[in-house]
Design a protein around this ligand. Sequence first.
Ligand code: HEM
Length: 490
Amino acid sequence: MSRYSNHFTLPAHIYVLSTPPVRIPRTLCIGIPAVGFSGPFSSWLGAIQLWLDSPRLLRKGHRNNPGRAFQLPHADRWVVYVTDPQLVKEISTIPPNRLSLLEASNDMLQAPYTGIHQEQQIIDIIKYRLVRSWTSIVPTVYEEAAEALSQYIPSTTEWTAVPAFATVSDVTSRIAARMFVGLPKAHDMEYTRLSAEWAHGVINAGVVLNMFPKILRPLVCWIHNPPAHTLKLVFKNIASLIEERKSLLATKDLEKSDRHNDLLSWLIQGDTANAMDPLLITRKLLSVNFATIHTLSSVGTHVLYYLAAHPEYVEPLRAEITSALGQGHGIKHALDHMYTLESFLKESLRLSPVSAVSMLRKAIQPITLSDGSHLPIGTLLMVSPLPVHMSSELYEDAEVFDGFRFHKAESQSPNQMAIPSLDYFPFGYGSLACPGRLIAVSLLKVLLTHILLGYDIKLQGDTRPADKWIGTLCFPNDLAKIFFRKRVKQ
Ligand code: HEM
């Protein structure tokens, strides 16, 4: 079993598939069509269906309810789903004091138990500090990614089987550490291991705890709560660095503190309201780590599997990367001009997303949508791009992987993948769309650039390791291996 496999979801599998409906009675929102079983007891079967095959139910809901929201039963409640593009647009304009992303994500990720802490300060720091400093950060990240890959992939010209998910996860965690806390902490293997462990632990805990009624969650966590345990270990590991940074910032030694122009320092600087509580700073840091590591290790592994399964793309991608790097305008410029690579990444994310849901909201006030759907306070609303991403009207042979599909269809301008449209919105849509999306695309390109230029890769078996859907989450196979060998440059 992989270090980061979804072992924590096992109790939920058992619970969902075998337990009678021991849950708080759930209410349907009046006037919103339900998909599949909708009776008080039979909806339990609907929740099991959603757990086992959410893409099918989402496509059915979209097909049967054109232009309308619909409802699907989860284990603990009914959730309103939106897939119609015009409704997606409408939802993206409803302000957070009416429909809140932060409330919904702290709910779904079970913040009181896992320790995750999402707040506006974090989003502002990513948008206004990290993204704006990105051109100056990229060269460091590029160098770090090369070093990390050479540490985790054996440097030999013999084919060697490498666990794909664990490797991408380790490399991502190290890149995240370099971006967010800098050196020397980024090279502390215990810190990077714990950060990755926490990120994967939170997603698994969220999946499991959402299966149980609220009343049982403290008991479940009392028995087994890996993220809470890991949080303590991370805090122990990083507390002295936080104190060091705090005193550096307090002395206003600009020369020294400028050396640490990273997320950790920005979090401390902006935290005067909480008296710079080191545990809260750790939780915020880990929350950005979570947003980065969980998504990128999953997407990076999906991409790697597509690349190994489609070797015909390797040479054209290498040629483009070599030409872009050869222009001599720096790494950021080169990455921005890797259009076919971007198309490849975009296609991978279309077919193998992180989740079937890309916008998560909780009604803070009662809301009535233009299709007449009424959302009472507390309703959870999920927007899924999946039916649109799989639409044969928008995408020819929508089920087939076509790595250069977007390159053929789109004008060449940088970072199209990160610009949400109503045809493609895996990062969400509107002003709340993922604040880290430009960074995500850049990091994926960095990873693929090093892999394509540094290594040959091939599948271990005959076919691409299949994706695993658990509820609305899509995981790459976390046990499969990919063969790597050091590339001998001609
Ligand atoms: C391929 C990788 C990624 C994907 C697919 C992705 C996708 C998303 C999506 C769908 C949302 C929710 C948007 C909404 O509900 O309207 C989101 C939120 C967010 N993302 Fe990303 N993301 C990725 C990478 C990143 C990275 C690298 C960072 C950090 C640098 C980041 C930081 C965040 C944050 C802070 C939020 C708000 C979280 C919340 O309040 O729950 N993401 N992302």
